[in-house]
Design a protein around this ligand. Structure first.
Ligand code: ADP
Ligand code: MG
Ligand code: MG
Length: 882
């Protein structure tokens, strides 16, 4: 006995998707719950796989199983396949486990030939209808199975219309249709060298073979590769008796969602056409009617459909996308599946299904793809507006913005601070452009990918960015950009859509993000379930407020370098760096102190009642100095004019300093706490600023929780020393101000040595925050910019690495160090608080890992806080009891 390759619909069920494919399993399920599904059977995915194993031959015994199944369908329908008087016609449809565009198109009306068409004429008393079915069938079969080019059929159709002198297909007379049938057959004979197969069994066999073949066509292979669908799961084939939506005005066909797929509103949403078959609804020849008007057209059918869609939703416990056909006043269901939906609809549907008692809160949370929420958390374009799209780049950071294009960061900052809306346009951005990015509404680059500097910074700041827009040619010298040979001067208004990568001319109306009431409710459920706390990375009171509004439970990373970049401060910062003596340096630092105090005052105040982790200065000092090339140019000019010897001397001194500070490998250079080992006064000033701000706020009655974070620690002694410096400063300030307040001192774990020595370092740290950006760089020995730009794509392509470790936390390597850090740190200090502040803190799979290793919190950019809240709940749900 060979294995079972063929299942009648009534023999299958929804859980048999692997074997019957999605469509087949659902047709079976619907049949068994008593819905009006035209009878049929499914040939299994195993048969498809064996077809390939056999060198493209039907498996032994397949045909022997098809024949009795076909006989069953004949009995059920009271029609006979190939019968001259009462012919059974079938559709042949592909259907893999996952819905896959690119597979064979459905063939309708299979079983027609010169004789059975007469049976159809007699059964329907409609010659036109019967021959219309026949000519469509030959065309579909010729196109899809015999691979005769589509346009040859179109030519004959046009000829038929011309001959008869009509405009529309529907006006063709039976005689014209018969003429077309004859011409189509000749066409097939001519192009394939074989006659069109008139034997229905041959037609069926060839159609099944064509479905199997389509599993390995180029489109399908590419689709599977992109979507990570394995190549060896095969497709099923569904053979189903035809029902006719084109038998007259009491017949029709349509598709409907049980809820609105773009808003989630609970109302049937869809379209139908009377007197039409299958593809007519989507072909756009006639305009379909909204589903609601079916109520007027045929109340009984409409009511029945409403009832069925309610039942299907309740049965599948999700919004359904349903295909139906009405044949002479009788309703048939041809397909149902979980409907695709926007993020907004996904949330509303999940929350309302939970209210309706169909799913639990946990299931509602599990239904949302956290990555999809991005689109709801940013401003976006009003899609009803007419857009003049100039070019498309990569959708690097979601959100949308309009503004004058500006090609220079300083200029962007100047205009931005003056209240103008600008889009910063660069070939690529570097850390020198940060101030321009900050002041801009959005960023547009002509080079660089999804992980380029511009993209990473923009995502962090929650600003829209379109990167790698190659159509854009930037001419810095003439202050213009060119797209498709049209030149746009600086100052032209452009809009960018970071969700789609579109670059648009002119301003576009925008819609502000707002958490819907359902979204808020879902997040409250997530908060009840999750174990991880969610904090945010924020460097300004404005970002801190955003984070708080999105539900952040504190600031997990407040970086201080942007505060130094402020144009009003840069000269003082440079003065500090160029100082020749401690006294000179302290003078400069004293000028920075009140400014820093103001920064921390603002942030701690917004975050009253919640922890704020402030990281002391991290980047190498040369980032605050001008570039060598710029200085050389200026010096050369000064030398040429010879006018200003004093300025020349100054610039030359600066150049010497810049050269002295320049490093071969800045990432591994003089940065982080190493700055404070050589210049403790820098951290002392920052600590003082934090504590003076704290003292003020305590006096004003605020509850504050400052936490001082020392970056890039490699050894306990380092931390001990800097902890003492911090504590001495705190004591001094409390003494001077005569107030007391609590604070914490902790460190980042961002080099392997710190993780390895966590048992020692933990004794002097109140908290660890895993800085996974640097920890990934130092664990891999990859510098991020070089890796992503040069060789990482090859590692992904060659499957050496599964994911970009800078985007998705590397559980195996970096994760092992983190686990060690957690375990050793807790052994040394049971009360130690553990978190993560790298970009991974906002990425769902990394969040799950943080849950699994028992961190206390994740910290991410403010805009990702809702995503992290949801992802943390999903992690708790899917790892229950672990
Ligand atoms: P897709 O996967 O593209 O939705 P389908 O296999 O569902 O393809 O079918 C394409 C079209 O043919 C749909 O409009 C469907 O309703 C119609 N169709 C499929 N089978 C039948 C049938 N047995 N009777 C009538 N129409 C059918
Ligand atoms: Mg379909
Ligand atoms: Mg770091």
């Amino acid at each position: 006995m060979s294995r079972k390759y063929v299942y009648l619909f009534r023999e299958g069920k929804a859980s048999m998707r692997d074997l019957l494919g999605g469509k087949g399993a659902n047709l079976a399920e619907m049949t068994n719950i008593g819905l009006p599904v035209p009878p049929g059977f499914t040939i299994t995915t195993e048969a498809c796989n064996e077809y390939y194993e056999n060198g493209q031959k039907f498996p032994e015994g397949l045909w022997a199983q098809i024949e009795p199944s076909l006989a069953e369908v004949e009995r059920a329908t009271g029609k006979i396949f190939g019968d001259r008087l009462n012919p059974l016609l079938v559709s042949v449809r592909s259907g893999a486990k996952f819905s896959m565009p690119g597979m064979m198109d459905t063939i309708l009306n299979l079983g027609l030939n010169d004789e059975t068409v007469q049976g159809l004429v007699e059964a329907t008393q409609n010659e036109r209808f019967a021959f219309d079915c026949y000519r469509r069938f030959i065309q579909m079969f010729g196109d899809v199975v015999l691979e005769v080019e589509h346009h040859h059929f179109e030519v004959i159709l046009e000829q038929a219309k011309a001959k008869q002198g009509v405009k529309y297909d529907s006006e063709l007379s039976p005689a014209s249709l018969q003429w077309m049938v004859a011409e189509y057959k000749k066409l097939i004979q001519r192009t394939t060298g074989r006659p069109f197969p008139l034997d229905p069994k041959v037609q069926l066999e060839e159609a099944i073979r064509a479905v199997f073949r389509s599993w390995n066509n180029d489109r399908a292979i590419v689709y599977r590769k992109i979507n990570n669908i394995p190549d060896n799961i095969g497709t099923a084939v569904n053979v189903q008796s035809m029902v006719f939506g084109n038998m007259g005005n009491d017949s029709g066909t349509g598709v409907a969602f049980t809820r609105n797929p773009s808003t989630g509103e609970k109302a049937l949403y869809g379209e139908y056409l009377m007197n039409a078959q299958g593809e007519d609804v989507v072909a756009g020849i006639r305009t379909p009617q909204p589903i609601a008007s079916l109520a007027a057209e045929n109340k009984a059918i409409y009511d029945q459909f409403v009832q069925i869609s309610t039942n299907l939703e309740a049965h599948y416990r999700d919004m359904q996308d349903i295909e139906f056909t009405i044949e002479r006043g009788k309703l048939y269901i041809l397909q149902t599946r979980n409907g695709k939906r926007t993020a907004a609809a996904a949330i509303r549907v999940a929350v309302e299904l939970c209210h309706e008692g169909l799913i639990t809160k946990e299931e509602a949370i599990g239904r949302i793809e956290p990555g999809q929420l991005d689109q709801l958390l940013h401003r976006r374009m009003d899609t009803s507006a007419k857009l003049d799209v100039l070019a498309t780049g990569l959708p690097a950071s979601p959100g949308a913005a309009s503004g004058k294009i500006v090609l220079d960061a300083d200029e962007a900052e100047k205009l931005g601070n003056a209240g103008e809306k600008v889009i910063l346009v660069r070939t690529e951005t570097t850390p020198d452009d940060i101030h321009g990015i900050l002041a801009a509404q959005g960023i547009l680059t002509s080079r660089g990918g999804m992980t380029s500097h511009a993209a990473v910074v923009a995502r962090h700041m929650g600003k829209p960015a379109v990167c790698g827009c190659e159509a854009l040619k930037i001419d810095y010298a003439n202050h213009t950009v060119t797209i498709d040979d049209v030149v746009y001067p600086e100052g032209t208004v452009f809009s960018i859509d970071g969700a789609t990568g579109r670059v648009i001319k002119g301003a576009v109306p925008m819609i502000d993000p707002e958490l819907s009431s359902e979204f808020k409710e879902l997040l409250v459920w997530a908060d009840e379930i999750r174990v991880l706390k969610v904090q945010a990375n924020a460097d300004t009171p404005h970002d801190a407020q955003n984070a708080r509004d999105f539900g952040a439970q504190g600031i997990g990373l407040c970086r201080t370098e942007h505060m130094f970049m402020d144009p009003a401060r840069i000269p003082i910062v440079q003065e500090m760096i160029l100082a020749q003596s401690l006294a000179e340096r302290e003078t400069a630092l004293a000028k920075l102190l009140p400014m820093q105090e103001g920064d921390f005052y603002g942030i701690l105040k917004v975050m009253h009642g919640l922890p704020v982790v402030i990281r002391l200065l991290d980047p190498p000092l040369h980032e605050f100095l001008p570039h060598v090339e710029e200085l050389v140019v200026e010096i050369t000019k000064l030398k040429l004019t010879g006018e200003n010897p004093h300025e020349l001397a100054e610039k030359e001194a600066l150049l010497r300093k810049v050269r002295a500070l320049s490093e071969l490998n800045p990432m591994l250079g003089h940065r982080g706490c190493r700055l404070a080992v050589t210049f403790p006064e820098i951290y002392a000033m920052q600590a003082r600023a934090i504590f003076q701000a704290s003292a003020r706020l305590v006096k004003e009655g605020y509850e504050i929780h400052p936490e001082v974070m020392i970056p890039l620690i490699i050894d306990t002694k380092e931390l001990q020393m800097l902890r003492k410096l911090t504590e001495d400063t705190a004591e001094a300030v409390m003494e001077e101000q005569n107030v007391r307040f609590a604070y914490k001192v902790g460190t980042m774990i961002e080099v392997p040595r710190a993780a390895l020595l966590a048992d020692e370092i933990g004794k002097v740290a109140d908290f660890f925050s895993f800085g996974t950006n640097d920890l990934t760089q130092t664990t891999f020995g990859f510098s991020r910019d070089d890796a992503e730009g040069k060789f990482l794509p090859a590692y992904l392509e060659k499957d050496i690495l599964e994911n970009n470790p800078f985007a998705v936390l590397d559980r195996e390597g970096v994760g092992k160090l983190m686990k060690m850090g957690v375990q050793l740190g807790r052994e040394a200090n049971p009360g130690i608080e553990l978190g993560i502040c790298g970009e991974h803190g906002g990425e769902p799979s990394s969040i799950e890992f943080c849950h699994l290793i028992g961190l206390d919190y994740v910290s991410c950019s403010p805009f990702r806080v809702p995503i992290a809240r949801l992802a943390a709940a999903q992690a708790a749900i899917s790892n229950k009891g672990q």
